[in-house]
Ligand binder design. Structure first.
Ligand SMILES: *Cc1c(COP(=O)(O)O)cnc(C)c1O
Length: 397
């Protein structure tokens, strides 16, 4: 792993502008639609060619602007746009780069709702050629590229399956045919993966997760480089995409503590992953920072750290045993999303690749290590494993 680089000083100070906040440490929640101009000249001036939209609440607002700039800055991109959810950021980035007849490549490990959007909207309704590829392909992706390939989508690690992708190799191939590389960088956050240093053109954060960090808002951010920015901005405008200032304020607040939170998520998840790897009821742990992970070397080369979400494959168990596992958990909640302060556990369907279960037989689980004491979390998992696999006294008549 490269040296940990939390950039805490940067996180503490970025986007703080006393002229916007009136001296307060935090920029206020700015609510509003109409922005009045003092004179007709000022009104005309605001609609300058570089920013014809700087005159309405849907296009600009000090709270939204501060967050967008802070995230663009952290990701290392040119500009960012806010969306009302992480999924909206993914779908609008995709449709903004694509038109009828274009070809798009997405990894098999892509976030499920993005896969559904690609099939139901891009393919069926917009006439885009959608193709899925094996996430570990790397430079082998070149064989799949066509003259009309406009987007190569990447997500590393993969949703629920945690494959690490060779993003620099993929980006080099994609750029040879002029395609845009769109990355879902939610798992690593810009603190642990610098997308633009690895050839990404648009980086997406489901800010619902770590950026906001408290499970109290839904928000997405897409950051583009200079090449992709005009198309991304146009797509956001054409579809009327914006975000609420209260949610943006919460994300800005979350951002200040991203470094310290991730440090704890990282340490706790690693301890739990190592613990689980030694348990007889566990077939496999899917965590890229473990030496046993097939993508470990790539992760070490490209990432600055690991976060709190990882996968576990339990030895095969019955529905009744799985139910006992979840009933025995006291601290891990059963629920969607992740990236908040609380620990979560969720059973996942084992994905099929080429018709076969990806990780063999067994039950796939997704765990999020929250900010509870890690020993308490470990004890919780231990007792759930014991409850699920304990030999029951069978009464025979
Ligand atoms: C949760 C998630 C999203 C979608 O974010 P929402 O804010 O829930 O719409 C996108 N990508 C990944 C990898 C996610 O985990």
């Amino acid at each position: 792993m490269q040296d940990c680089d939390y950039r805490d000083t940067h996180l503490t100070h970025l986007g703080r502008d006393a002229t916007v906040s009136g001296g307060f440490v935090n920029v206020p929640v700015c609510r509003g639609s109409t922005i009045l101009a003092d004179t007709l000249e000022q009104w005309t001036q605001r609609k300058e060619p570089d920013n014809p939209y700087a005159s309405y609440g849907r296009f600009t607002n000090p709270t939204l602007q501060t967050l967008a700039q802070a995230v663009a800055d952290l990701e290392g991109g040119h500009r960012a746009w806010l969306f009302p959810s992480g999924l909206a950021a993914c779908t609008h980035a995709l449709q903004g780069m694509l038109q009828q007849g274009d070809h798009v490549l997405l990894p098999d490990s892509v976030y499920g709702p993005v896969r559904a959007f690609a099939l139901q909207v891009l393919s069926k309704r917009l006439g885009v050629h959608v193709q899925f590829y094996e996430p570990s392909l790397g430079a082998g992706l070149a064989a799949l590229l066509r003259d009309n390939t406009k987007v190569v989508y990447v997500e590393s690690p993969g949703s629920g399956t945690f494959e690490i992708q060779d993003i620099p190799a993929i980006a080099r191939c994609a750029h040879q045919v002029g395609a845009y590389v769109i990355m879902d960088n939610t798992w690593a956050t810009p603190l642990f993966f610098r997308p633009f240093e690895h050839g990404v053109d648009i980086s997406i954060q489901a800010a619902t997760k770590y950026l906001t960090g408290h499970s109290d808002a839904l928000l997405g951010v897409a950051t583009a480089n200079e090449r992709a920015w005009p198309l991304l901005r146009q797509a956001a405008h054409d579809f009327g995409q914006t975000a609420g200032p209260d949610d943006a304020f919460l994300a800005l607040r979350g951002l200040r503590t991203l470094g310290v939170r991730l440090r704890q998520h990282q340490a706790s998840a690693l301890q739990l992953a190592r613990f689980l790897e030694c348990q007889p009821q566990v077939r496999r742990v899917l965590h890229p920072a473990l030496e046993s992970h097939p993508g470990h070397a790539l992760w070490k080369r490209d990432f600055h750290g690991s976060t709190g979400l990882f996968g576990v494959v339990l030895e095969p168990l019955s529905a009744e045993q799985l139910s006992r596992f979840f009933r025995a958990l006291r601290l891990f909640g059963i629920g969607l999303s992740w990236g908040g302060f609380e620990s979560l556990a969720l059973p996942m369907d084992m994905p099929l690749r080429d018709g076969r279960p990806l990780f063999g037989p067994g039950q796939l689980l997704r765990l999020h290590a929250g900010l509870e004491d890690v020993q308490d979390l470990q004890d919780d998992l231990q007792s759930a494993l014991t409850a699920a696999y304990r030999v029951r006294e069978v009464c025979r008549a």
